[in-house]
Design a protein around this ligand. Structure first.
Ligand code: SAM
Length: 472
C-alpha cells in the first residue's frame, strides 16, 4: 500500500509503513554497526530516508547521539554557513470556521477577540514592521471563506508589497493559510508569494480527525495533499511542519520525512523549509492537556536529525521557543528564525492591553528585533534579511543546486552582509551597529571569489551612502 509516488495521502503517508518503521527502529536502536553506517551515509551528504533517520532517533547511546549532533553542526556550517535569516509573522485575521482543539481560533471559542485587518490596518502593521527592520513576513490567517476569502488574502499581499515607508520594504511574503484549491494556489503564485507554508499538525490520521472534529480542516486527505496542489499551481517552495505535542514524536518524525520523500519523488524537489512548532498555552488551550509534549533534549535531537536527513531543506524556529532553547538548537541546523513576533491581529501597531486578546498563543521569546540581531551576532551568526533567491528566480530545485554546488559563500553570504548593513544603517541601536560593522568587516574577507568580494565591498560602501537593495 505504501507508495511515495502516489498522490493519495494514505498511500504516501502510510500508517502501516510508519508502524513498521518504528518497529524497525526499535529493533535496531542498539545496532552500532548499522548506526555507524547511517552516520557515515549522512556524512557523505546523501541524506537519510524515514527508516534510516528513525533508527537514529530511537538510538540513545550517548556517544552516537553526540556524533549526530556534531554532524548536524558540520552540515549546517558547510551548507548554510553562519547566516540566520530573520522574519516576522503577520496575523491578518483570526476568524475561523474550523474546530482545531489545540488552537484558540477554533470556531466555538467565544471569548477570544475576533479581528480582521482592513487595508488601512495593514498599512499600520507593515509600517511598524518596517520600522523594526523586517523585510520578510509570513502572513497567517484562520480559515473562513466568508471573512477571509482568497480575494482578501490577495488584496492584503498586494497592499503589503506596495508599502514603501522611509527605506523600508517587505520584499518577501510567505503565506500560511489553510489548504486550498489548485486555482487558488495559482493566484497566490501570481501574487508573488515566497514559500507556501502549511503545517500538517499530525500525520496520524485517526488523531488528526479527532483533533479537527469540525470544519473543512477535518478532511485529512485534502489537508495532506495540499502541497501537491500547491506545486501543481506552480508554487515550488513549500514549507512543511508538524505541531509537536499532539501525537507521538517518533510517528510524526517518520511522517514528516515521508512527506518530504513524496514531494521529491513526485515533483523532483523536496520541501523548501521544515518548521518544528511545539504546542503552547493559549486562550482556552492548556498544552498539558495534550499527552505528547516533548522535552527540550528530544526537541534538539529532532532538529539535528532533520538537518542530517534533509541537508538541503531550511529549518525554521519561531518565538514559540525561548531564547535558551533557540540558543541550543541554532547550531544544529536552523536557518531561519522569527524575531519580535506578535501573534495577535493588529499587534504590531497597537499593543493589545485589554484582557480579551486576539492572540494565537503565548510567545516565549519576547525580545525586540534589535536585541535578537545583537544576540545572534554575539553568538557568531550573521543575521540576514536577504530575500534574493525567489526575486532572482532561484526557487525549487534551482535553490537546491546553489546549495549543492556550494555557491552559498559567493552568493548568500554577501547578500546576508549587505542586508545586515542596511539594517544597521536604518534601524539598529548604536551598540548593535558597532558589533555589526565589526562583523561585516571580518566576514567580507570570507567571500572566496575575488570579483564577488570586490563588488560586495563596493555595495557596502554604497549602502553607507544611502543606496539600498543590492543582491547577487
Ligand atoms: N489556519 C491555517 C491552517 O489551518 O493551517 C493557518 C495557520 S495557523 C494561524 C498557524 C499554525 O499555528 C497552525 O498550523 C498550528 O500548527 C499552530 N498553532 C495553533 N495553535 C497553536 C498553539 N496553541 N500553540 C502553538 N502553535 C499553535
Amino acid at each position: 500500500m505504501y507508495n511515495p509516488k502516489s498522490l493519495k495521502a494514505e498511500e504516501f503517508i502510510s500508517d502501516e509503513e510508519i508502524k513498521e518503521t518504528l518497529a524497525y527502529a526499535d529493533a535496531n536502536k542498539n545496532n552500532v554497526e548499522l548506526i555507524d553506517k547511517l552516520i557515515q551515509k549522512a556524512k557523505e551528504l546523501k541524506g537519510l530516508n524515514h527508516r534510516e533517520a528513525s533508527v537514529l532517533l530511537a538510538c540513545d547511546i550517548p556517544e552516537k547521539v553526540q556524533e549526530m549532533y556534531k554532524l548536524a553542526e558540520q552540515i549546517k556550517k558547510d551548507f548554510y554557513g553562519n547566516r540566520i535569516v530573520l522574519f516576522a509573522p503577520l496575523y491578518l485575521s483570526n476568524y475561523c470556521v474550523n474546530g482545531c482543539v489545540y488552537c484558540p481560533y477554533h470556531a466555538k471559542n467565544k471569548h477570544i477577540a475576533r479581528k480582521k485587518l482592513t487595508q488601512e490596518d495593514i498599512i499600520k502593521e507593515v509600517t511598524a514592521l518596517q520600522d523594526m527592520g523586517h523585510k520578510r513576513l509570513a502572513i497567517e490567517a484562520g480559515e473562513d471563506p466568508v471573512n477571509n476569502p482568497i480575494e482578501y488574502i490577495l488584496e492584503c499581499i498586494k497592499t503589503i508589497y506596495s508599502i514603501k515607508h522611509k527605506n523600508g520594504a517587505i520584499r518577501r511574503v510567505n503565506v500560511n493559510i489553510a489548504a486550498t484549491t489548485v486555482e487558488n494556489y495559482k493566484k497566490l503564485k501570481e501574487a508573488g508569494i515566497g514559500t507556501y507554508i502549511l503545517f500538517q499538525e499530525t500525520y496520524h490520521k485517526e488523531s488528526y480527525e479527532k483533533l479537527h472534529p469540525t470544519g473543512p480542516k477535518h478532511n485529512y486527505a485534502y489537508h495532506t495533499e495540499a502541497m501537491d496542489r500547491a506545486m501543481e499551481g506552480g508554487i515550488d517552495d513549500v514549507g512543511l511542519g508538524v505541531l509537536f505535542g499532539l501525537e507521538l514524536y517518533r510517528y510524526e518524525f517518520a511522517g514528516l520525512l515521508m512527506h518530504a520523500e513524496h514531494l521529491e519523488a513526485v515533483h523532483g524537489v523536496g520541501p523548501h523549509t521544515i518548521s518544528v512548532p511545539r504546542i503552547k498555552r493559549a486562550d482556552d488551550i492548556d498544552p498539558t492537556a495534550f499527552d505528547n509534549g516533548i522535552s527540550d533534549d528530544i526537541f534538539a535531537k529532532i532538529c539535528a536529525l532533520i538537518r542530517i536527513s534533509v541537508p538541503y531543506t531550511g529549518m525554521i524556529i519561531s518565538t514559540r521557543e525561548s531564547q535558551s532553547v533557540r540558543e541550543k538548537v541554532l547550531p544544529l541546523g536552523v536557518s531561519q528564525i522569527s524575531g519580535a513576533s506578535k501573534t495577535s491581529v493588529g499587534g504590531y501597531a497597537d499593543d493589545e492591553k485589554e484582557e480579551i486578546t486576539s492572540e494565537q498563543f503565548d510567545v516565549s521569546d519576547n525580545r525586540t528585533l534589535d536585541e535578537v540581531v545583537n544576540w545572534l551576532m554575539k553568538l557568531g551568526y550573521i543575521p540576514s534579511f536577504c530575500t534574493a533567491c525567489y526575486r532572482e528566480g532561484r526557487t525549487g530545485d534551482r535553490f537546491m543546486s546553489l546549495c549543492k554546488s556550494r555557491q552559498i559563500l559567493n552568493c548568500c553570504h554577501p547578500n546576508a552582509l549587505m542586508t545586515l548593513k542596511e539594517y544597521l544603517e536604518d534601524y539598529a541601536s548604536d551598540e548593535t551597529q558597532k558589533v555589526g560593522m565589526e562583523l561585516i568587516n571580518k566576514e567580507l574577507k570570507n567571500i572566496p571569489n575575488e570579483k564577488v568580494r570586490k563588488i560586495a565591498y563596493e555595495h557596502i560602501n554604497d549602502i553607507s551612502n544611502g543606496k539600498r537593495d543590492f543582491r547577487f
